[in-house]
Design a protein around this ligand. Sequence first.
Ligand SMILES: Nc1nc2c(ncn2[C@@H]2O[C@H](COP(=O)(O)OP(=O)(O)OP(=O)(O)O)[C@@H](O)[C@H]2O)c(=O)[nH]1
Ligand SMILES: [Mg+2]
Length: 454
Amino acid sequence: MALEGLSRGIFSALGLLKSRRKLDEDELKEMLRSLRRALQEADFNVRQTKEITERLETRLREDEPGPGITLQTHALNILYIELVRLLGKSREVRAHQSTILMVGLYGNGKTTSTAKLAEWYRKRHGVRVAVIEADVHRPGAYHQLCQLLEDSTVEVYGEPDNTNAVEIVKNGLKAHSSADLVIIDTAGRHKLDQELVVELEQISEVANANERFLVIDAQVGQSAGPVAANFHDLAGVTGIVITKLDGTARGGGALSAVATTGAPVMFIGTGEKIGDIEKFESDRFISRLLGMGDIRGLIDLAPDDLDEEEAMRITQRMMSGRFTLNDMYAQMEMMSKVGTIDKLISFLPSGMFGGMGAMGKAQKEEMQGNLDKFRVIMDSMTTKEKDEPVKIKAERIRRVARGSGVNEKDVRELISQWNRSRKMMKGMSGNRKMNKQMKRMMKDTDMDLDNLSI
Ligand SMILES: Nc1nc2c(ncn2[C@@H]2O[C@H](COP(=O)(O)OP(=O)(O)OP(=O)(O)O)[C@@H](O)[C@H]2O)c(=O)[nH]1
Ligand SMILES: [Mg+2]
């Protein structure tokens, strides 16, 4: 998860408030001090850090949390509002008849983001996307872009031997005139100089680009602000892509600094792979950061061959308290298709599964490893056995183990895992607050909950 360090820092600061209704002065000061530290480590600037902690302090002193609400939830809600306000609103880009020009400094992730964005729009909006490689300075740029998109149906245009970027763009647009969306990768620079501005102007004019996305590496932290402001003024940037948020603790600085320039953060890059991109929406991002979950994001994670309703059905079923081995199987399938448990868990409220969000790396890896084994075992079970695993006794365990080529111990482990999960699910569905929160989030997804048969 992006900004995992900040998330941990906030949780550890607010840990003091857990199940409390009041704090004494020393405790409050201590909590604010560690929160300040967490924000500064994520590179929020001094003013922003001060503003957030002061507002939190005032509200905690002035407002009593509502009935049944712990001080911790109260503080989380205040932080949520403050952080969303700080990071600003995002906006949409139309996916039809649009041309996006990617600009930015050397090595910040332009080419990678060009490919990621193309695939993202193709998948999410089902539109025809073409990319044009107009970087005539970086050797191998065209090859790099082709490689990134080798498993995609996005069309790639390039002329590796031509040194005239404007000409390439002209030809590329002609060759792909039927594409709904065209994304153009351009050459990087050390800094924004006159030469780059002129080249961008020329390409922009030829391409009739309605969007110019500036790509910035999150590693630069707060200094992303001046870079964004400069590009915004000189090159008319309409949106920002912040990359490499997976590899730095300073992403809070980059995000917040950019938010103040007036050019909205549109996407964030969270890894080197083509799918490692997320549309940036500050409310959903902060919701996840604060362990409140993001069901909309969870459903977006669902793989191509799992439709939205099915993903929603599984999620709802998880919460319904009824939980057969078949349900667990479906969940596991969804989890394993999504790729990593790690990614999936970052979208779930941290209280779910008894605080899975706080699970260690080793535990997550172990869980991932178990998935494959469990799946093999379940394939050897009858539907009835999967529906009523409690009835699987010693002899059947032996049969299933033989059938799937594993030890009896593994089959027992699967059944006890199911038992544990079932108990957790039961606990969750009895948790009214959690249920309410999930319902609210599901409502945000605009899905018709009443018509979902679960
Ligand atoms: N971890 C991580 N790596 C990234 C991300 N985005 C890009 N990279 C890596 O950053 C490096 C530079 O990315 P490029 O896409 O080549 O950057 P560029 O801006 O096109 O570079 P030039 O064309 O040389 O100016 C590559 O190794 C990418 O794999 C990201 O979100 N996370
Ligand atoms: Mg490049």
